[in-house]
Each structure stands twice: as C-alpha cells, then as structure tokens.
Write a protein that binds this ligand. Sequence first.
Ligand SMILES: [Zn+2]
Length: 270
Amino acid sequence: MLTSCSSAAVPDDKPDAKPVIQQPDPVAPAGLPLPDPPDVQAPSPRTTTEKPLRYELNPKTFRIQNPDEPNEKVLLLTFDDGPAGEATMELLDILDRHKVKSIWFINGHQVAKKKQDGTYAVIPEKAALLREIHKRGHLVGNHTWWHENLRKLPAEKQREEIVSTSQLIADVLGEKPKYFRPPFGAGTPVSETICREQGMVSMNWSVGSLDWEPAVYKKPNGITRQVISTVHSGGNILFHDRVWTATELDAILTQLEKDGYQFVLPTEAK
Ligand SMILES: [Zn+2]
C-alpha cells in the first residue's frame, strides 16, 4: 500500500497463470434450450486467492497496474482543472453510462473565492458540482488553488497552494483528498514533501489527450485520434473538464471498450 508521494511497491513479476480451457460452444437442437454448463469451472486466480483487487501506480511512469495480473488491459481516467461547470454534468453522465469511475483533480479557485486574509467563500453551485462528482463515486484530487507552476513559487506559496485546496475539499466533502497532481506535471521537492505530509499520492499522467491543444481539440475527432493512437495498457489518461472533451468522450470510451480496456481506480491510498 502506498502511503506517500513517492513510495510504491514493486509489482510482483508473476506470469499470467490463467489456465486456457478450450471447450466447444454448446449447440442446442432447434427449439430446445441450451444444456446447463458443466459444473466444473476453470478456476480463476482471482477467486481462488480471494485477494482484494489492487491497482497500483508506478511512481515513475504513473501507469496503473494490478500487480497480481500485470497483463490486464486497464486504464485510469483523470479530469483536471474543474469543476468548470460548462460540461461537468455532461462528462459525469457519459462516465455513468459507461460505468466508469475516474479521478477529478480540481482547482480551489473553481470552487471558492479567496479573500485577502487567506480565508475563502465557497461558491454554492460549484460546491454542489464537487459534491456531485464525489457522490457519483469519482475520487476528488488536489490540483492546487490557482494552477500556477509550482517551480516558479517560493516554498511557502507552494504550501499554501496545496494545503488550502485540501482544506477546501475537506470542507465541502468531509474528507481530504488522497491524490495530488501538480499543474503542468511540474512537481517540486517541496510539493512532494507537503504531499507526503498530507498523506497524498502524487501523480502526473502517461497518456496526454492533448485536449488542451487547439490544434488537436479544434479538429473533428482530434482528441479521439490522439488518445486511441497513444493509449497503452496501464495508461493514466489526462483529460480536462472542457466542452470539447465532453463532445468526444463517449466515442473515446466506446472505442477503448471495444479494444478490450477496462477502467479502474488506484487502490493504494486509503
Ligand atoms: Zn491542470
């Protein structure tokens, strides 16, 4: 189990032990029901070991993997920079239709207005959106308050960016975030330390949807093409809470499902 920003268990290098049982498809005579399947079922490693499913993030590649079944075609979906509001509900509805859970790395400024004295006033409709994300089973992660490049900020400012966002999430949802993503993927030793103190796992991503590049998202199916051509097993896909992402998300998920991928959440942070 991961309890900090940088540590991670090395996945067991077990071969895929799933037995291959070949059986002909049963054929029923016309008009008769199919016979019951035989009682003897091929044992599945998951049911015989009865271990809870584990999905761990590689702290260097940020890919996600079940260490017990490293060949599983799994993906982690992440949505950054929200809740923006314009497309948030549509994205949530599409994810629901596909029965997919994801991580939403939110910015404090999207949910509350900060005052001069450092306190903040929650924006009610944005707080409601944040609760909706949480209610639908997605994880809410910390993506800093102002989305500044932490590498350009002094240590105390970095701390404020991260800590105030975690506090805001706790105020609205009743629990602190367990995952952190630095803006622009630009973490620092300071942010890693703060993250560890706060009990968060830090991650960047391994598949960029490029839904932040006008040259990609302005082209028809541009985001879809980008994701499908760069996706890989264990991929940690970066999307944003944006209208054009919502336009393409259904097609992207449909294609990934056809290609045999399933969508999972990391399980290391408790
Ligand atoms: Zn961002």
